[in-house]
Design a protein around this ligand. Structure first.
Ligand code: DC
Length: 224
């Protein structure tokens, strides 16, 4: 599969991937695809239907039954529909964040999501963010970035985001949850969170969003 001009952006939770990926997509005139939202959508459905998160077989079946549709408008105002319902805001609930890595570690769930993501990438001109984009979903992508930042800084960003959305959670709780999620994402058996060998690694600790976007755009321009 040739996805030559695609951009892969991977990294841990709270590294600023989605904000940055959206801005890059806008600058390049590309389509933005948030792959984490797909794992979140399956998790939301499992919570709504009271699934047992240890029942991997049932969760795998659920992931092949649900209909996930992604829309990325001209302003990259990304929206996700789950079985026809707009769940863009619902999938950000702390309850979903708490359970999603348990769903994302199931090999058959990953297979189902990766297949759909590869179909979306086929046309080219996409900026995709996630954990395994440069390693599994688009190993041929021309531009690969791995964004990271200290756990503290990532937790502070998430904390601010959640406060703005009206969720009251302590910073310490978020630090603990992010560390736990990193641990599961980095140590799962299938496609763990690791930088692709040919990815450019960017530590965004202490950098503004715009500084990171500039670094990425500069790199893309230099490689054209
Ligand atoms: O980026 P996010 O926080 O919305 O991701 C939610 C979860 O999904 C997180 O635990 C990592 C997982 N994920 C994944 O395993 N592979 C991806 N391509 C994207 C997300």
């Amino acid at each position: 599969m040739k996805v030559k001009n695609n951009v892969a952006i991977d990294g841990p939770a709270g590294a600023g991937k989605s904000t940055i990926a959206k801005l890059i997509a806008k600058k390049l005139g590309f389509i933005y695809i948030d792959t984490g939202s797909m794992y979140r959508a399956v998790t939301l459905k499992a919570l709504q239907k009271n699934y047992d998160f240890d029942d991997h077989g049932a969760l795998a079946r659920l992931s092949s039954e649900v209909k996930i549709e992604l829309f990325s408008g001209a302003q990259n105002d990304f929206r996700i529909f789950l079985d026809g319902e707009d769940v863009t805001e619902h999938i950000r609930q702390p309850e979903v964040s708490r359970h999603v890595s348990l769903v994302a570690k199931i090999p058959q769930v990953r297979k189902n999501m990766v297949r759909q993501q590869q179909i979306m990438a086929q046309t080219g001109g996409v900026v995709m963010d996630g954990r395994d984009i440069g390693t599994r979903v688009m190993p041929d992508a021309k531009y690969k970035f791995f964004l990271t930042a200290s756990t503290e800084e990532r937790a502070k960003r998430r904390h601010l985001e959640l406060l703005q959305q009206g969720y009251e959670i302590s910073l310490d709780t978020i630090i603990a949850e992010i560390a736990e999620r990193d641990n599961i994402d980095q140590n799962r058996a299938v496609d763990p969170l690791v930088p692709a060998e040919d990815a450019v690694i960017i530590d965004s600790t202490g950098l503004t969003i715009n500084q990171v976007v500039e670094l990425i755009v500069k790199h893309i321009d230099e490689c054209k």
